[in-house]
Ligand binder design. Structure first.
Ligand code: NAI
Ligand code: MG
Length: 398
């Protein structure tokens, strides 16, 4: 029997391709595992009216560790049109299965590391002011609260009577929106709970302590969003003072942070944010280390130990049918490494990361994004490595 059982969730589009490539790498690295495939994504929405069938939830519940490719989400109207005729008119509503997974399993700790690979032609550079360039080494890890906030799904258009009546009790709502016709109002809430806020903050501080980062930055907007951002920053101050006095606590506003990250990104270590701002700041940092082909993530519930590991990119439908596939599998491989860390296979993770780093620094094998080509079926003819060739190169280093 294999030592580990991993639920593989290919999903849609390029998710299917990059997941298989990452598994090839894991196997070449000697990771002893059996893989069980779980159904998820657009295909199951169309066929069954549910992009996240219960059987998939049961599989993850049982085996606890899942590697996820990517899914396709489409707006409401398109989702309804593509639903199989026998499911139409039943009032089924599409919702993103990855958001569903996060909420169902309480995967509230999302970790997105953004580290420079030496020799990556997509690395961030800036002027050194003397006619030359500087290439700062970036090593930031974003901790994003993954289940609440603006992505909590508590929202209305034309809010119902009781909600509208409650909103009208707020003086600012009454003053600024009280004269707007109700059917012209849409409301999305931003709910933070103390429990979840404390968990993401502690996860960030623990990571900083374990890996020797000197600072934790709370990246929110407490001067304007006083209740939610304000609560997070106030709690961070208490936690830092009580339990992590050796780590510096910094406070940045999301807008200013987006400016600072293109000026002095090397200054930042661990960053912690709510759901929406964490999504934004992690994409911002990912852009400095090569973009979606490199951005990996872990989503974990530390209580149950359930973890879902995925690249942050989506299903890239534009490229899904290319033969050979051209997208960069490194983000998926790096996500698989985060999975290995989570299940105490850190040695294998280290070897895979080293192999990836060697391929990048050698510079002989580069996918189209690394060559700054526009994605098209003939990038391979122009010298870009295909998805398979990049994987082969990593396996050769292993
Ligand atoms: P996307 O991430 O799928 O692709 C955007 C662009 O980034 C692509 O056209 C391509 O140029 C580039 N790209 C993405 N992955 C790459 C890779 N591995 N190597 C090289 N280049 C890569 O985002 P988009 O186009 O906004 O969304 C497409 C679909 O994916 C939508 O249905 C969206 O809802 C879904 N999505 C799913 C996510 C998930 O499964 N977690 C996350 C983001 C989007
Ligand atoms: Mg994002």
């Amino acid at each position: 029997m294999a030592k580990h059982t991993i639920v593989k969730l290919p999903g849609d589009g390029i998710g299917k391709t990059v997941l298989e490539e990452a598994i090839r790498v894991l196997e070449a690295a000697g990771f002893d595992a059996e893989y069980i495939e779980g159904d998820i994504g657009w295909e199951f929405w169309k066929k069954e009216g549910n992009p996240l069938p219960q059987r998939t939830i049961d599989l993850i519940e049982k085996h606890k560790t899942a590697l996820f490719g990517a899914i396709t989400s489409k707006p409401k109207d398109a989702a309804n049109e593509e639903l199989a005729p026998e499911h139409q008119g039943k009032g089924l509503v599409y919702s993103s299965p990855i958001v569903g997974l996060r909420q169902h399993f309480g995967l509230d700790i999302c970790q997105r590391p953004c580290k420079t690979y030496k020799g990556n032609p997509l690395n961030f550079i800036r002027s050194d002011g003397k006619g030359g360039i500087e290439e700062p080494v970036i090593d930031a890890v974003i901790f994003r609260q993954n289940t609440e906030g603006l992505y909590g799904g508590v929202e209305w258009s034309n809010p119902p009577d009781d909600v509208y009546a409650s909103l009208m009790t707020h003086p600012k709502f009454k003053k600024n929106f009280g004269n707007v016709p109700r059917d012209e109002i849409s409301v999305s809430t931003r709910i933070f709970t103390k429990k979840a806020t404390e968990r993401i903050l502690r996860a960030a501080f623990e990571h900083a302590k374990k890996y020797g980062y000197k600072s934790v930055t709370v990246c929110e907007k407490p001067n304007v969003i006083r209740e939610t951002s304000g609560m997070m920053y106030a709690m961070a101050k208490e936690i830092q003072k009580a339990d992590y006095p050796e780590i510096e606590l910094w406070n940045t506003n999301i807008d200013a942070q987006m400016m600072w990250l293109t000026k002095t990104p090397e200054n930042y270590g661990v960053i912690v944010s709510g759901n929406m701002f964490g999504d934004i700041v992690s994409d911002g940092f990912a852009g400095l280390i090569g973009g979606l082909g490199f951005a990996c993530s872990a989503q974990i519930n530390p209580d149950s130990g359930i973890g879902v590991f995925e690249p942050t990119h989506g299903s890239a439908p534009k490229y899904a049918e290319f033969d050979p596939p051209i997208t960069n599998p490194i983000a998926m491989m790096a996500s698989a490494c985060m999975m290995l860390d989570h299940i105490d296979e850190g040695d294998i993770a280290m070897r895979v990361r080293k192999a990836i780093a060697e391929v990048i620094s050698e510079g002989k094998v580069r996918t189209y994004d690394m060559m700054k080509l526009k994605g098209s079926p003939d990038v391979v003819k122009q010298g870009a490595a295909s998805t398979h060739q990049m994987t082969d190169a990593v396996i050769e280093k292993l």
